[in-house]
Design a protein around this ligand. Structure first.
Ligand code: ZN
Length: 378
């Protein structure tokens, strides 16, 4: 099969075609008014440029923004769960501005389409389901500049990825899947080290499709999450020891965490569709934080759309555990035994063991992974 034919077997990007907004550095860009982006906005810019946010070609205008906040749809009617906006203090003078990161590195030009006011409390209540300033996503929103600047971006430079060996743009993951002859690919989002429970559900999903994309989020997260370098080492060692190499791709997902729970689950699924995934694993409390969201909210929200609208198929999973009676990994869906028969450790308990240099039970964590974590805690 030709490379093009192989790629055509993959799921189509959201909206039909993969956006690319990467181009040559335009003349005179140094003379333009310069806006400094936060690290979250830099992540969004990069994802706009590579097509990870297809069909978006730039930061959202007010028509898209209002409909997304109210109805989880773009003005075109296409499902879209979260705003992708650039916050500014004032309207720029000219019709084109340069965008830089906090170090002053020039990354892109933006053609100004619109500058508009927005209601932070309304965005918080509808997108995060709370206006509590303790919520990290709400806190970030409330700290933002007061106006949104909309317009198409043209990126001509990129911040070097933190993990170059894991950096793959949507066009590259698609090419990789096609090369391997995969058609049905399941994406797994994670921001934590993978223990046996996640290994079990990723393998359960892989049993029904051609390939697995382990797609850890390495963008900005809360500071108490496990450092990205440690997590990446855990994925590497787990895949090397326990997964068939020709069925798995590990690549970094460059998004910043928004902690928007259910809406973020939809957003994550749409992004993974752009990377070429036909299926997406949604666990309990996906992208949640604290106790702001119900355990199954991130699964239930998929019912707000007709299946064909999202196209990518969500795969819902329960928490998994080792059952001593079943003698295998299981979930409440597949094991009839009680909690006393299950090997289950709370996150706090696991951290306590690791911090003391003790390995958790092998039924909970692969020792190779636990060793990486113990070294990191020291
Ligand atoms: Zn059992």
């Amino acid at each position: 099969m030709s490379a093009i034919a192989a790629e055509q077997r993959l799921i189509r990007p959201h909206g039909g075609h993969l956006v690319s907004r990467i181009d040559e550095r335009p003349d005179g860009v140094e003379q333009l008014e310069r806006l400094t982006l936060t690290s979250r906005e830099v992540s969004d810019l990069d994802m706009l440029a590579t097509g990870a946010l297809s069909p978006l070609e730039g930061f959202m205008n007010s028509d898209d923004y209002e409909r997304v906040v109210d109805e989880m749809r773009l003005a075109s009617d296409l499902p879209w769960a979260l705003p992708v906006c650039l916050a500014v203090d004032a309207a720029p003078q000219g019709d084109r501005v340069a965008l830089s990161d906090e170090s002053g590195r020039l990354l892109a030009a933006l053609d100004v389409e619109e500058v508009y006011a927005y209601d932070k409390q309304r965005e918080a209540e509808l997108c995060f389901r709370t206006h509590d300033e303790e919520h990290p996503g709400v806190a970030r929103l409330y700290a933002q500049k007061p106006l949104y600047l909309a317009g198409r971006v043209t990126a001509f430079d990129r911040v070097p990825p933190a993990f170059p060996e894991l950096a793959k743009d949507p066009a590259e993951t698609r090419a990789t899947f096609a090369e391997r002859g995969w058609k049905r690919v399941v994406g797994f989002q994670t921001r934590n080290p993978i223990h046996r429970a996640h290994e079990y559900l990723t393998k359960g999903a892989l049993e029904t499709v051609d390939g697995l994309l382990i797609h850890p989020l390495v963008g900005e997260t809360k500071s108490d999450d496990v450092p990205a370098a440690t997590r990446v080492e855990c994925y590497r060692i787990l895949v090397e020891n326990y997964y068939p190499a020709d069925r798995v791709v590990v690549s970094a997902f460059p998004a910043a965490m928004r902690y928007a729970g259910p809406r973020e689950a939809i957003w994550h699924a749409i992004c993974r569709k752009n990377y070429g995934c036909s299926h997406f694993i949604v666990g309990r409390d996906h992208a949640g934080v604290g106790s702001y969201y119900g355990t199954y909210d991130a699964q239930l929200i998929f019912d707000d759309f007709e299946a064909h609208e999202l196209d990518i198929e969500p795969m819902f999973f329960e928490h998994a555990f080792w059952c001593k009676v079943c003698g295998q990994m299981a979930t409440p869906k597949t094991c009839p035994h009680g909690g006393d028969d299950h090997v289950f450790l709370s996150g706090t308990k696991v951290r306590e063991l690791l911090a003391n240099g003790e390995l958790p039970p092998v039924e909970f964590s692969r020792p190779e992974v636990a060793k990486v974590l113990i070294d990191a805690y020291r």
